[in-house]
Design a protein around this ligand. Structure first.
Ligand code: GAR
Length: 210
């Protein structure tokens, strides 16, 4: 049987994309990346895709601004691209756009996001700085299914990272990112094995049948 077809959406440097590419190459993730799509032409994630022989598509949001519902219109274009590449699971990897219901309903329970905090704490931008500003003693990262709310949806995996006394936004972000690179491929593998069962706002992880 063909391996799980991923469509990865990026807006920036794409280090999470790289961790997925690496896990596939290492044989710990049984999937292939059918396409990488970005809303930013300069996103380094597109370069990473090309370097690894993966289709890289930039979809410019500007032309859609003329339309009555620019966000929906843009998402229709992204959806069409994902479908044309036969994508089965959508991976948001530093994709800094709010996705509309057009998109979410088309890939309901088939779209994941990673966020650099222990959700539901610190959704939105600058999650690491929010953790520092609140004096949190522990932060981390979360992989979750995407639903309508921003950085919401059933939690799949989390990893906790202590916040150290001398941490800056940068040092904390680096330590959280290491964990992101570990748990995102793991969550995708669990999905591919059919072990993620959504029950309301929870995700149950079924035992391995191996
Ligand atoms: C990651 O830290 C990811 O968790 C965060 O953007 C960064 C992207 O890095 N995503 C969010 O904040 C989503 N709300 P990357 O481009 O190197 O993967």
């Amino acid at each position: 049987m063909a391996s799980l077809a991923l469509g990865v959406l990026v807006s920036g440097r794409g280090s999470n994309l790289q961790s997925i590419i690496d896990a596939i190459a290492a044989g710990t993730l049984d999937a292939h990346i059918a396409v990488v799509i970005s809303n930013k032409e300069e996103a380094f994630g597109l370069e990473r895709a090309k370097t690894n022989g993966i289709s890289a598509v930039y979809i410019d949001p500007k032309p859609f601004k003329e339309q009555p519902n620019p966000r929906e219109a843009y998402d229709h274009a992204v959806l069409a691209a994902l479908k044309s590449y036969g994508v089965e699971l959508v991976i948001l990897a530093g994709y800094m756009r709010i996705v509309t219901s057009v998109f979410i309903s088309a890939f309901e329970s088939k779209m994941m996001n990673i966020h650099p905090s222990l959700l539901p704490s610190f959704p939105g931008l600058h999650a690491q700085k929010q953790a520092l500003d609140w004096g949190a003693k522990v932060s981390g990262c979360t992989v979750h299914f995407v639903t309508e709310g921003m950085d919401e949806g059933p939690i799949i995996l989390q990893s906790a990272v202590p916040v150290l006394k001398d941490d800056t936004d940068e040092t904390l972000s680096v330590r959280i990112l290491e964990q992101e690179h570990r748990i995102y491929p793991e969550a995708i593998q669990l999905y591919g094995e059919g072990r993620l069962i959504i029950e309301g706002r929870r995700t149950q992880i079924a035992e391995s049948v191996k």
